[in-house]
Write a protein that binds this ligand. Structure first.
Ligand code: ATP
Length: 305
């Protein structure tokens, strides 16, 4: 079952067409990476899912119920962590979760048990200090605990790792990975290594349109573009190798460094044959020859160029 379904969604701010006929679904129990450069429209899309922004056209369903702008009936299924979560700095983590639980109408017992469980999950159970003294990473972790308080079926996090150092990012990714199975996770990001670490499904937003969508492995195999790395002992060897006629048709999509060349290709066998002919023709042999698997980063660069 799909927990979130977006169909032909468009949003304009005046004449600025930010989201243009966007359609995709988020399968239940997945960790879904919503990827896009700054300004791609990720936050705008999430706000429409939360009913906080009015779509120009299109339809959004959460757990099978249609989202209506200005109404919050579908938000009972959603936990939301905004990109910059706000807290009362004078409160301690448990006090803050208690307040949030009271506002959502949870019973006293439920608030206590759930808060204790969540503070363990986010690693803040032994940190009984005021939130005002928290690092950014700790605030993000507390934000995740707050978003999970109501046991949502869908957790939406807006760039949860963007402002964090590698340790803080890993802590957040580990938490998101742990909640998988209990809650579907949708998080927006432009950090592709984070996506490769924990996501099973992705959507790439570019120019307001969906540029890539599917499981990570599907997307990689459908848009497969391998690289053939050829490294030489010296720059002179590399230059001479590059004069080979056998390489003529390959030179349109290459990355050249001091002593190496990467040929980007959709036909790795043809490229290998041409490169081997070039070795024979120039009588220059490499010190390294390696087929590089496509990364999400290389796919992303291909779709946004
Ligand atoms: N309320 C608004 N009024 C006018 N334009 C807006 C408004 N909100 C967003 N935009 C514009 O919509 C575009 C998409 O913004 P959005 O914040 O959704 O992008 P994003 O992908 O979340 O980017 P970032 O990673 O920088 O947060 C931007 O060009 C932004 O200037």
């Amino acid at each position: 079952m799909d927990i979130l379904n977006i169909e032909h969604l468009s949003k304009s701010f005046g004449t600025n067409n930010v989201i243009d006929d966007l359609s995709f679904s988020v399968p239940e129990n997945s960790i879904f990476g919503f990827i896009g450069q700054n300004g791609a429209g990720k936050t705008t899309t999430m706000k429409m899912v939360l009913g906080l922004l009015k779509a120009t056209s299109g339809k959004i369903n959460v757990c099978g119920e249609q989202v209506t702008y200005g109404q919050n009936k579908t938000n009972k299924y959603i936990g939301y962590l905004p990109d910059v979560p706000e807290f009362y700095g004078y409160m301690k983590p448990f006090e803050y979760l208690k307040l949030c639980g009271e506002i959502t109408g949870l019973s006293e017992n439920k608030i206590k048990s759930r808060s204790e469980e969540l503070l363990v999950l986010v690693g803040l159970n032994k940190f009984n200090k005021r939130i005002g003294g928290f690092s950014r990473g700790m605030k993000q972790r507390l934000g995740i605990a707050q978003a999970l308080l109501n046991e949502p079926r869908l957790l939406i996090c807006d760039e949860p790792t963007s402002a964090l150092d590698p340790v803080g990012r890993k802590e957040i990714l580990d938490i998101l990975h742990k909640v998988k199975g209990k809650t579907t996770v949708l998080f927006s990001t432009h950090i592709l290594s984070d996506v490769e670490r924990i996501c099973d499904n992705i959507a790439v937003l570019h120019g307001g349109k969906l540029a890539l969508c599917g499981t990570l492995s599907e997307v990689k195999s459908q848009h497969k573009q391998d690289g053939l790395l050829v490294e030489f002992a010296s720059q002179v060897d590399k230059q001479q190798f590059m004069t080979s006629h056998s390489l003529a048709s390959l030179m349109t999509n290459v990355e050249v460094t001091n002593t190496s060349i990467i040929f980007h290709t959709h036909d790795i066998e043809k490229t290998e044959m041409a490169v081997i002919s070039a070795f024979t023709e120039t009588k220059i042999l490499p010190i390294r020859l390696e087929v590089l698997e496509p990364t999400l980063e290389s796919l992303f660069m291909e779709v946004v160029k």
